[in-house]
Design a protein around this ligand. Structure first.
Ligand SMILES: Nc1ncnc2c1ncn2[C@@H]1O[C@H](COP(=O)(O)OP(=O)(O)OP(=O)(O)O)[C@@H](O)[C@H]1O
Ligand SMILES: [Mg+2]
Length: 233
């Protein structure tokens, strides 16, 4: 069976395109056949390079329908659809077509507001903290932001994908022959996490795997390390 994952959402610059490539790259590294379906007509199709996945041009609606139908006929392929900002109708189309729908958002009030609206209109979708800060101060502020999310939405917010500056190489044209270790590690981890979601469904997201659960665990780790450092100085 094939699977389709749509990475969409109304807010611009949340990481949809980067995450689509990151996921396809990770799936390729795990030996899966992945196709990155580009749907943003403001973007040019990248040339095919050394990456372990292929591209499909889904920038017009007819081509998209054909690509999705072809994927559904094939076995063993995973299609990752890269959405575009401010396209409510296209988002609905890509939502309907997908087995798993991810809505990336960054650590800002504005991103949170748009994400709430997206979660409401797309009831199967899951929100994904993206470009998440990893330095302790910013991390703490981002954790406070997650704590402000209404309780009924907490189970729909996945563990964060952290900011890795070299992830911009994924969108470089042409892509480099090989990517730095942090990008490969992040890609594999994100791909494994996504495969688990596809296989076991959204209900398999346990409280420790949500954004808040994962962030609180990490904050405890940071606090413990800071306390240990105080004791040794
Ligand atoms: N995990 C990450 N770590 C560091 N930078 C990131 C990460 N994800 C995305 N970025 C950066 O954030 C910016 C926006 O990313 P991207 O183009 O993927 O967003 P988008 O949602 O596709 O934007 P648009 O709405 O315009 O299509 C880019 O400069 C990208 O390099
Ligand atoms: Mg994009």
């Amino acid at each position: 069976m094939s699977a389709i994952i749509s990475i969409i959402g109304a807010k611009g610059g949340t990481g949809k395109t980067t995450l689509s490539h990151l996921l396809c790259h990770g799936l390729g590294l795990l030996g899966k056949r992945a196709v990155c379906v580009m749907t943003d007509d403001c973007r040019e199709m990248p040339p095919h390079g050394s990456q372990p996945y292929v591209f499909a041009d889904g920038r017009n609606a007819q081509a998209r329908t054909q690509i999705i139908a072809t994927l559904r006929e094939r076995t063993g392929w995973i299609g990752v659809i890269d959405g575009g900002a401010n396209r409510i109708e296209t988002d609905s189309e890509l939502y309907q077509a997908a087995d798993l729908v991810l809505l990336p958002f960054r650590d800002s009030q504005e991103d949170l507001r748009v994400m709430y609206r997206d979660l409401e209109r797309l009831p199967r979708a899951l929100a994904l903290p993206s470009q998440w800060p990893s330095n302790p101060w910013q991390y703490q502020a981002a954790l406070r932001l997650l704590e402000s999310v209404p309780a009924e939405l907490q189970s729909r917010i996945l563990a964060p994908v952290f900011a890795v500056s070299s992830s911009k190489l994924l969108l470089q044209t042409p892509q480099p022959e090989s990517l730095p270790t942090p990008v490969n590690k992040l890609s594999r981890a994100f791909a494994r996490y996504t495969l688990q979601l596809l296989e076991h469904g959204v209900a398999s997201v346990s409280a420790p795997q949500t954004a808040l659960g994962a962030s609180r665990r990490m904050q405890n780790l940071i606090d413990t390390r800071a306390a240990q450092a105080c004791h040794t100085t």
